[in-house]
Design a protein around this ligand. Sequence first.
Ligand SMILES: [Zn+2]
Length: 614
Amino acid sequence: MPAPRHQRLARTTYTFGGHLAEYLQGVSDQWLRPAPRANPAMLEIFGDRDRLPRRNLVPWAGEFAGKYLTSAVQILRLTADPALREGIAAFVKHLVSLQAEDGYLGPWPRANRLTGAAPNVMGQEGLTWDAWGHYHVMLGLLLWHEESGDRQALACARRIGDLCCDKFLGARTPRLVDTGSTEMNLALIHSLCLLYRRTKAQPYLDMALQILEEFAALAPDGSHLAGDYLRSGLDGREFFQTPKPRWESLHPIMGLAELYWLTGRDDCRRAFEHHWWSIAKLDRHNNGGFSSGEQAQGNPYHPGAIETCCTIAWAAMSAEMLRLTGSSVVADELELATLNSILGLHSHTGRWVTYNTPMDGVRKASAHDIVFQAREGSPELNCCSVNGPRGLGLIGEWALMQGEEGLFLNWYGPSTLEAETAWGRVRLAQETEYPRNGRINLRVSPAKAAEFALHLRLPYWSARTRVRLNGEAVKGVRPGTYLKLERRWKRGDKIELDLDMSPHYWAGERECEDRTSVYRGPVLLTYDRRHNEMDPEDLPELDARALKGRLLPNQDWLPTQVLAEYQAADGRRLRLCDFASAGEGGSPYVSWLKVRNAPATPYSPANPLRSGRT
Ligand SMILES: [Zn+2]
């Protein structure tokens, strides 16, 4: 069977500095640790599912516990915080105790278990995303089992898998696809694949393969019941033109990559890769975020809401794509999303996330925008608040990876990563202010001298990168690739990496016609009113031919990753900060700027859709 090209190293200790360290600490202390007790209905809704009067629930209420758990475990991998670990263990113990005898672990009444409808959806009879809720619970439980070895968590996930097989496997009716809300409910394919990989119990794989068939199911009138993800991917249809272009579809699509590894079916791999590239090309915004109005539109300039859940799903799908292809350009995408949209959707304190993180606009907490999801006992819960931290947690999936050809370093920033690798214990310590500037001093320290290849990600935007190894210049440095350094490494070997931070541009079209995005390395430069004297309607034009800026010291009480001052064409001074920090103080921000003489810049030299390969 094919194996992932690159894998995360499970036994890695992460020590981050700088901006990211503050976010991780904040998210852990201010949100993940207090969230369950501040919002006890996250679990209570399972315990009183058959009590009267019925709770009035949103269709996706069953997802909150699972999304929360996935976020918490992924952050824990990065911080190893003992208090968070203890909190998760107690949370899982309680969650598992709320499973019904038949394996059901949702919030709906007995007669409505996995039927796809219930009498108490938003106060009336309506459709439920019940299988989707179970998908998220399974995902969280499996991650926690992997992290902790907790057998109760695995047993609980198995009982959910068994319940799905009992209800739907074989020629039973209704089928899972008949329960409706199929972008959501068919996501079970992904967690069933993960469960099969863990247990090797055949029915889980059989059920996943059955869902693969159900992707193409038709209604009596010939319309698609589900997203037809396999066939549309093989036919080369753009993702936004598929029958179900909402963001939830990215989760069932992740099942395609898993099925490729489990069965060797190359059609699943090709369809998955096609959809990833289609979104990267047509629906990924300038800030690395995905979705416009909660779905793909085939237009990265579309001003619709860029929902937190959508960007998180895009990052999770990208981590899968990176495992599948080992392409450094995919890691570039993850960095872009993380340093701009994902940090940007978080409050710097970690206390809240947004629902919408627009390219131009203001930042509002999800507690403003989607307050309709708040309920008694869960005032802070909504689909985004439980999901957002996963975006930061995902860094552990891609920061440092291992493949047959060696180690692959994707994360740049102040950090020490220490990993148990196939070549012994290796410590990678970075002294740097990146992304404030492009100089990275990296020390490579294997516990014992060892021969292996270390691959450094050379971002596609870094036109001229300089690399020195123990003082000697390294040749063969090409953007959009990994630089392979193969040698006998010994403690204290030193690499100096200078990434090209000169500005690069994305000239806008359609709704962003006559506007340009300006990047400094991976960071999208953004006007924020609070750093400037002019208002958003009065922004001066920059000249790309003579764009000179100077970095300003970070002395603000609201910290930034980057703050720089540029001379505009009319002589005024325009201060730009990193997208993630823009709007933190509640002021309006603009990332599509007025720029004259900006060159057209292709998204990526390695984009196979641009160069005609598939
Ligand atoms: Zn959401």
